[in-house]
Design a protein around this ligand. Structure first.
Ligand SMILES: Cc1cc2nc3c(=O)[nH]c(=O)nc-3n(C[C@H](O)[C@H](O)[C@H](O)COP(=O)(O)O)c2cc1C
Length: 203
């Protein structure tokens, strides 16, 4: 009798666990981590005054290199700027293009400059996808980020061209974007509501 009770209890536990693991599968499908990351990433414009760990930056950069590229040619390159002097110089040139003396990088300690080779017809798309990967990967790892524009103008300027030369970059490169990175100060901003006419189904 005691044995029968034990067998029954074990069988019930097994049925319960199987049912739960099914629930879990369904929940995972609904609450997919990647989708959640894509939806909760926000443009961050306030940063803490501390440098993210290199191991985290390595992971962000690696994610950038896995962005799809036209014909798989990997046309973009990423300059990972953690040097404060260079970061400040890039900020200054960017501000100059904007006609302001404020820091367009919002105090972020890291700037990942994405450039792409103009010789590839898809360079602009390729570079933009790298930017997207960098921002989403940063968010997935608990870092804040924001796309800061005017990389094209900065690296078309003699000062920007000289920087590329100093870094040993040769080729027909255009600045695509500056992905600023750091630890977010304060709360994550709310996403703007998505416009009603974003998606058109064509069934
Ligand atoms: C091509 C591009 C250029 C951008 N340039 C700037 C910029 O120069 N400065 C800035 O503060 N934000 C910039 N942003 C960030 C956008 O303002 C931000 O993504 C937008 O307001 C939506 O907010 P969210 O990213 O939090 O969803 C840029 C974004 C993109 C995609």
């Amino acid at each position: 009798m005691k044995n029968l009770k034990t067998i029954l209890a074990a069988a019930l536990t097994l049925v319960f666990l199987t049912a739960c693991s099914d629930c879990k599968t369904t929940d995972t499908m609904k609450e997919n981590n990647t989708l959640e990351t894509l939806k909760t990433r926000r443009a961050i414009r306030q940063y803490q005054d501390r440098m993210p760990e290199k191991a985290l930056l390595d992971q962000v950069l690696e994610a950038g290199t896995y962005a799809p590229t036209g014909r798989g040619k990997q046309a973009p390159i990423i300059m990972a700027v953690t040097n404060k002097e260079v970061r400040d110089r890039l900020s200054q040139l960017n501000a100059q293009v904007m006609g302001t003396d404020k820091d367009p990088f919002y105090g972020a300690p890291v700037v990942l400059v994405v450039l792409a080779n103009r010789d590839m017809p898809t360079y602009l798309y390729d570079g933009s996808l790298v930017m997207g990967n960098l921002m989403n990967a940063a968010h997935a790892l608990g870092l804040g980020s924001c796309w800061i524009h005017r990389a094209k103008e900065v690296f078309d300027m003699p000062e920007g061209l000289q920087m590329l030369k100093d870094w040993g970059i040769e080729g027909n490169y255009e600045g695509i974007g500056n992905c600023i990175i750091g630890y977010t100060e304060g709360e994550l901003p709310e996403a703007a509501p998505r416009k009603a006419d974003y998606i058109y189904w064509v069934d």
